[in-house]
Design a protein around this ligand. Structure first.
Ligand code: HEM
Length: 319
């Protein structure tokens, strides 16, 4: 059975490094082989430092997919939904590769990141690097508990990992990222009660705020799709330094369109202009769409020329 990359459904960690690259040469067979070696590197650190809860994800950018894996394309892989309404927007960052490295030890995250860079450096340019951390008991820097509603246990797989309905890409996941920058000075001018109305949850215990209205963050994001909710598994983490603070948002889903619907509801809102009021206090500075194939897909492709070759290959990487 095709296995999802470990970082897709990982439990929250203390530290993360998000790396994004563009590929600058056309040695694609070498790149396929090196991506398989990145998975080996994740495994090595996972085994050597089991207590650090190491995990990784390799995502392939939507526009790079057909270059690196010519042939079949994941059914719902699409460009990042570039949207703008008044001063609310979702800018796009061109990136061919997304690497997420997480662990409960910062030294391990750092070492793994250096080794990934060393492995890929002849073929890529680094376009974004964000180091993120767990804040308090899983809170965003605004003080609210984030991703408390994430599905748990095996339910994570039902939301984030493609099953047998897309057999070629089973074990894969659609990933959307956005780097949000918070206007903390502005946010901190709001009373706690007003902040709770903007988010739609109480700050201390994350309880629903009954009268938060149609423009709270939770109201605008809680969308049914084909009768299903939730549709996104959030793997976001806060980042920041003394001058910039925000959330590096990461959503994993087996539904490639779910993120777009939620983003639309936040930015454009409903017919009465009820957009997500939280966007008055935070704005996206980057955004990108990736597909994270199964472990077996990456390993088989490292020794095959095309996705079609790979699918017909008899090599068995299942363990
Ligand atoms: C600016 C960064 C963001 C912050 C700080 C943030 C924070 C929060 C918080 C505090 C909650 C309620 C607690 C919970 O997660 O269970 C929440 C819920 C949620 N957020 Fe965000 N969020 C951010 C961006 C986004 C984005 C970009 C999306 C998708 C496009 C999104 C989708 C959701 C969804 C689907 C829920 C669950 C709503 C519910 O079930 O009530 N969030 N978010």
């Amino acid at each position: 059975m095709a296995q999802a990359q470990k970082g897709i459904v990982a439990e929250p960690n203390l530290h993360a490094q998000y790396l994004m690259f563009n590929v600058v040469d056309d040695e694609l067979s070498v790149m396929r082989e090196k991506l398989a070696r990145v998975l080996d590197l994740f495994d090595y650190y996972d085994e050597e430092h089991y207590e650090a809860m190491v995990s990784g994800v390799i995502g392939i950018g939507n526009s790079f997919w057909n270059e690196i894996y010519p042939g079949a394309t994941p059914r719902e892989l699409a460009p990042f939904p570039d949207m703008q309404c008044e001063d609310r927007c979702a800018p796009v960052l061109q990136a061919d590769l997304f690497i997420q490295i997480r662990a409960d030890r910062l030294d391990i995250v750092h070492q793994m990141s250096i080794e990934v860079l060393e492995l890929l450096k002849l073929h890529v340019e680094l376009v974004e690097q964000v180091r993120a951390f767990r804040y308090l008991d899983g809170r965003d820097l605004t003080g609210f508990i984030d991703a408390d509603d994430n599905p748990r246990g095996m339910k994570k797989f039902d939301v984030a990992v493609i099953g047998d309905d897309d057999i070629e890409f089973a074990g894969g996941s659609y990933i959307h990222i956005q780097r949000y920058r918070h206007d903390m000075a502005r946010w901190n001018t709001l009373s706690e009660k007003r902040q709770e109305q903007v988010i739609g949850r109480t700050k201390e215990h994350n309880l629903p705020v009954v009268d938060s209205g149609l423009s709270s963050h939770t109201h605008r994001t809680k969308l049914l799709r084909h009768g299903k909710y939730p549709t996104l598994l959030k793997q976001s983490m806060p980042y920041g330094n003394m001058s910039v603070q925000g959330l590096f948002y990461v959503a994993c889903s087996n539904d490639g369109q779910a993120f777009k619907d939620v983003l639309y509801s936040r930015i454009f809102g409903d017919e009465n202009g009820n957009y997500d009021r939280f966007l008055d206090y935070t704005s996206a500075e980057t955004g990108a769409a990736f597909f994270a194939p199964s472990i077996q897909f990456i390993k088989r492709s490292a020794v095959s020329q095309t996705v079609d070759d790979m699918l017909s290959s008899q090599i068995d990487f299942d363990e």
